[in-house]
Design a protein around this ligand. Structure first.
Ligand SMILES: [Fe+2]
Length: 232
């Protein structure tokens, strides 16, 4: 199983504070049945990704200790659209695919969001919207999430959103997105080892509805096949 949204790189953002914490997170991920992690540190400006890459080698060797694969991605904040050209967007994709994880504002729907996402898709990228359940405008109107899907984007729900406090808009929205089959991914969005508690609880509750078919999985399978063919 893939966890495609994890803040495991030690010391780079609000995720793993140090190597020990990254180690503990990898252990919890392995216990939860995860076999491959995409490290998704925050990117608010273009240069953030260069800083993030410095910790990749360390995180990868930690993951290997637990038999986990690990590759680089990022959580691309909408504010960074001003800073990165379409051509340069490749550096921010998940694990060498054309999938890109995008975080929007939690309070205000980005102006021209549909035009920006369409431009990305026209350039061959596959936008995945990070935790739509957190966005107030989607909590109020799930139709916006449907529009994002209709446009060609995929939606990623956080396990901690599914396990958010009872009666919260975040929990209600996350659960609806999964139950109605609108979510293509459930990810941990783990920032610390304990965040895998929610991931494991969500796995139990949503076992039958856990999304398995999505573009990232397809792209990673294709990559693997290509590598195997190259090795022949
Ligand atoms: Fe995140």
């Amino acid at each position: 199983m893939i966890d495609m949204h994890v803040h495991i790189l030690p010391g780079v953002d609000d995720g793993a504070k140090n190597v020990q914490m990254a180690h503990d997170m990898a252990g919890r991920a392995a216990d939860a049945g995860i076999t491959f992690i995409v490290a998704t540190p925050h990117v608010y400006r273009a240069e953030d990704q260069q800083r993030n890459r410095g910790s990749l080698r360390i995180a990868r060797s930690i993951a290997h200790e637990f038999g986990l694969g690990l590759n680089m991605g990022c959580e691309f904040n909408y504010r960074a659209f001003h800073d990165v050209s379409l051509q340069a967007m490749n550096a921010f994709c998940l694990s060498g695919t054309r999938c890109i994880l995008i975080e929007f504002s939690s309070s205000e729907l980005m102006p021209r969001w549909d035009a920006v996402l369409s431009e990305l898709m026209d350039a061959g990228y596959l936008p995945i919207i990070a935790h739509p359940e957190r966005y107030a405008y989607i909590q109020r109107d799930l139709g916006i999430a449907s529009e994002m899907r209709d446009l060609g984007c995929e939606l990623q729900v956080d396990a901690c959103g599914l396990m958010a406090p009872m009666m919260s808009a975040e929990r209600r929205t996350a659960r609806k997105l999964v139950k109605e089959g609108m979510a293509a991914y459930i990810a941990s969005d783990a920032h610390r080892p304990e965040d895998y508690d929610d991931f494991e609880k969500a796995q139990k509750i949503f076992r039958g509805e856990w999304p398995r078919n999505n573009r990232l999985t397809d792209a990673l399978r294709a990559q693997k096949k290509e590598r195997a063919n190259d090795g022949q």
